[in-house]
Design a protein. Structure first.
Length: 422
């Protein structure tokens, strides 16, 4: 049976989420900013037409924003995650064989779809997602994941495709490949794109026709697989379960430099608690916590240091990880430095089901698990941070906190912020 994949990609996803609940933004230039309102991480087509590049700092485009009345929003991750879940649930109605590739993309395996009209099926899928969520999507259909990704890329730009492009047994496949720059091929990357263009391989078609041994010497076996994928030979099946994480990192850049140890202790405590929550969500535990701090790397008085703390028993208990983070910070903190960033890294991860207790363990693991389950349940139901540890501080003006000065409401996850219809 020939393989068939569909890549469903939400168009300008963060911007589209904002437009769902504020239709007056449709047709206007809109950008969404990164943490601390630093850089543009999402742009509407209108904003792209003004020359606003991806990841450009806001201060560099202030004139463009002001002169063109560009609508600017802080990232609203709770809203975007919830809208993503809604889109993905709809996609499961079309096939249970699905790989959630990112917050705004998913691969579907349509190999068992029989003799249906795949283009029409893609249009039906697109129409349902847009009708039920308000999020516009593009659909690329092809015999391999790489070709599906390429088809989705073209579906966004082609007026004739109208958001759906099917490259299965298509007489236009070579034309499509020739129109895509090699740098835009899934899996190539900036470094390999530079190498390929230097050797006369400028587009996806030329990459497909390249000598496999030549590509293998530079790009390894993945380069050969990429050529085969472009030829329609499937080398990458769906990943039904995501690969196990090797580490978890929680870090932030402060909007203002911090010198006080008390503020840094609050920050690393909050990051440790967030890391513990991620562990519990993955049903995992950590054996090592590393805490680190650094100043502005362009400063004359630059300082970086880290400290690792080995937990006596692998754990996902917030209080244990907070304790480890604070102990580590006390070792590496130095006075009179302007700290710009701090973070924690959790390593030696494993499944919570394989935790081996020690005779010297003083923690009641059963009680700890019940407490963490209760904590997570309350915070899920009533909003993040409803219950938190005192170690993270109680002030609302903490300088280490990420700022979102232009964030929209949590329209779908908080009762008091539900959109009002008049």
């Amino acid at each position: 049976m020939a393989s068939v994949f569909a890549l469903v990609d939400c168009n300008n996803f963060y911007v589209s989420c904002e437009r769902v609940f504020n239709p007056r933004l449709i047709g206007k230039p809109v950008i969404v900013l990164s943490n601390n309102d630093g850089c543009a991480v999402a742009r509407s087509n209108e904003a792209k037409a003004l020359g606003i590049k991806m990841a450009v700092p806001l201060f560099q485009i202030e004139d463009i924003v002001r002169k063109n009345r560009v609508q600017v929003f802080s990232s609203n991750y709770a809203l975007y995650a919830d809208m993503s879940n809604r889109v993905m649930r709809i996609l499961t109605q079309f096939t249970p064989k699905m790989e959630v590739y990112s917050i705004d993309e998913a691969f579907l395996d349509l190999s068992d779809s029989g003799g249906i009209d795949l283009t029409e099926y893609g249009r039906k899928l697109k129409q349902r997602v847009e009708k039920w969520t308000g999020i516009p999507v593009s659909v690329g259909i092809a015999p391999t994941k790489t070709l599906a990704k390429l088809a989705g890329h073209l579906a966004k730009k082609s007026e004739k495709a109208a958001g759906v492009l099917n490259l299965c047994r298509s007489p236009y496949q070579e034309k499509a490949l020739a129109s895509v720059k090699v740098a835009d091929v899934w899996g190539v990357g900036r470094r390999y794109a530079k190498f390929l263009t230097a050797n006369g391989i400028d587009n996806a078609l030329q990459l497909r026709e390249a000598e496999a041994e030549f590509i293998r010497k530079k790009m390894g076996i993945n380069g050969v697989r990429l050529i085969n994928e472009l030829k329609g030979i499937s080398c990458y099946p769906l990943e039904n379960s995501p690969p196990s994480k090797k580490s978890i990192t929680v870090s932030r850049t402060f909007r203002q430099a911090i010198t006080a140890q008390s503020e840094l202790l609050e920050a690393v405590s909050a990051y440790a608690a967030a890391g513990a929550e991620k562990l519990r969500k993955d049903r995992a535990v950590a054996g090592v916590l590393t805490v680190y701090v650094l100043t502005n790397r362009f400063s004359d008085n630059y300082y970086y240091n880290s400290a690792a703390f080995n937990l006596p028993v692998r754990s996902s208990d917030s209080s244990e990880l907070i304790h480890a983070a604070r102990k580590g910070l006390e070792k590496i903190y130095r006075k009179d430095y302007q700290y710009k960033k701090a973070g924690i890294i959790l390593n030696d991860l494993g499944p919570e089901s394989l935790v081996q207790a020690s005779f010297l363990d003083s923690v009641d693991r059963r009680r700890s698990k019940k407490l963490m389950l209760t904590l997570d349940e309350i915070n899920r139901g009533m909003g993040a941070g409803t219950i938190k540890y005192g170690a993270v501080g109680l002030s609302r003006r903490q300088r280490w906190k990420t700022s979102f000065n232009q964030r929209s409401k949590a329209y779908t996850t908080r009762w008091e912020q539900l959109p009002e219809v008049s």
